[in-house]
Design a protein around this ligand. Structure first.
Ligand SMILES: C[S@@+](CC[C@H](N)C(=O)[O-])C[C@H]1O[C@@H](n2cnc3c(N)ncnc32)[C@H](O)[C@@H]1O
Length: 248
């Protein structure tokens, strides 16, 4: 998918992956207590929907939000300033595979729908040393649900091409433990968290269909986006975003 066409479709989206405020707040509550004035890293924050939700839910936290895509960081910085949060929410363009935070200094690492860029196990191994002893991680990851033999062929084929490393919750929990993390709990994001992402995306697609008649790259991006949404409508019971709640 062309970069330009992708961002034309995604322009203005509040979130860039399945997720919603209720799920973010549930994950936060289930992680258990954080120390006063916690230092939080939000990795692959995108446009920062969940960053702002975390900032409101943790009024004494100091949050650093990181993303590679500068326009997301610029938008988040604007909203942080508008909401009077600039003294404690900072955003920067950086590669979350090569962070320069000191080891053992972070109380909470948050990442929704982004660790797949490194791979789940690789991401956890890379981020784990940044946590203080007892520090927490809350990570969402696209995960196969249910037994392998029940997966529809079209879902297997689609994800074998789009995300071949996608695996089960059991395998991801084993990867977390191998990275030196304790699994507190996992939960699967509800259908409404997918709708919160796909409904505005489908609306963007409809708004751009006319323009796509004269723009082949946009037409391809629209077809790819709708293929993903339509697959979820047919086969979404077989995969989901799982929140992994972990402690060092
Ligand atoms: C699917 S989006 C999810 C964004 C956001 N967490 C959300 O749920 O709305 C994944 C994000 O990861 C960012 N990303 C990908 N690779 C990255 C890297 N190496 N370092 C920092 N951010 C990265 C992308 O720019 C994108 O914003």
């Amino acid at each position: 998918m062309s970069f330009d066409a992708f961002f034309k479709i995604h322009d203005g989206m509040r979130r860039e992956a399945p997720g919603d405020e209720a799920s973010t707040l549930t994950a936060l509550a289930r992680l258990g207590p954080l120390p006063p004035g916690p230092r939080v890293l939000d990795l692959g924050c995108g446009p920062g929907g969940h960053t702002l939700e975390l900032a409101r839910a943790l009024p004494d936290a100091n949050i650093v939000a990181v993303d590679l895509h500068a326009p997301f960081i610029e938008r988040l910085a604007r909203e942080v300033a508008e909401q009077g949060l600039a003294t404690r929410v900072h955003s920067r363009v950086a590669d979350f595979g090569a962070l320069d935070e000191a080891e053992g200094t972070i109380d909470l690492i948050w990442s929704e729908g982004a660790i797949y860029h490194l791979g789940f196990g690789t991401g956890l191994r890379r981020w784990r040393p940044l946590l203080r002893a007892g520090g927490a991680m809350a990570i969402t990851e696209l995960t196969w649900l249910g037994p392998a033999q029940t997966r529809p062929a079209e879902a297997r084929e689609f994800w074998a091409a789009a995300y071949p490393a996608m695996t089960t919750s059991a395998a991801n929990c084993a990867a977390a433990e191998a990275a030196g993390l304790r699994v507190l709990e996992t939960f699967t994001l509800p259908e409404r968290a997918w709708a919160a992402y796909y409904e505005p995306l489908a609306a963007r697609v409809e708004a751009l269909r006319g323009e796509a008649e004269h723009d082949p790259a946009l037409a391809t991006a629209i077809a790819d986006t709708m293929a993903e949404i339509d697959l979820w409508r047919r086969c979404g019971a077989h995969y989901g975003y799982v929140f992994y709640l972990l402690r060092a």
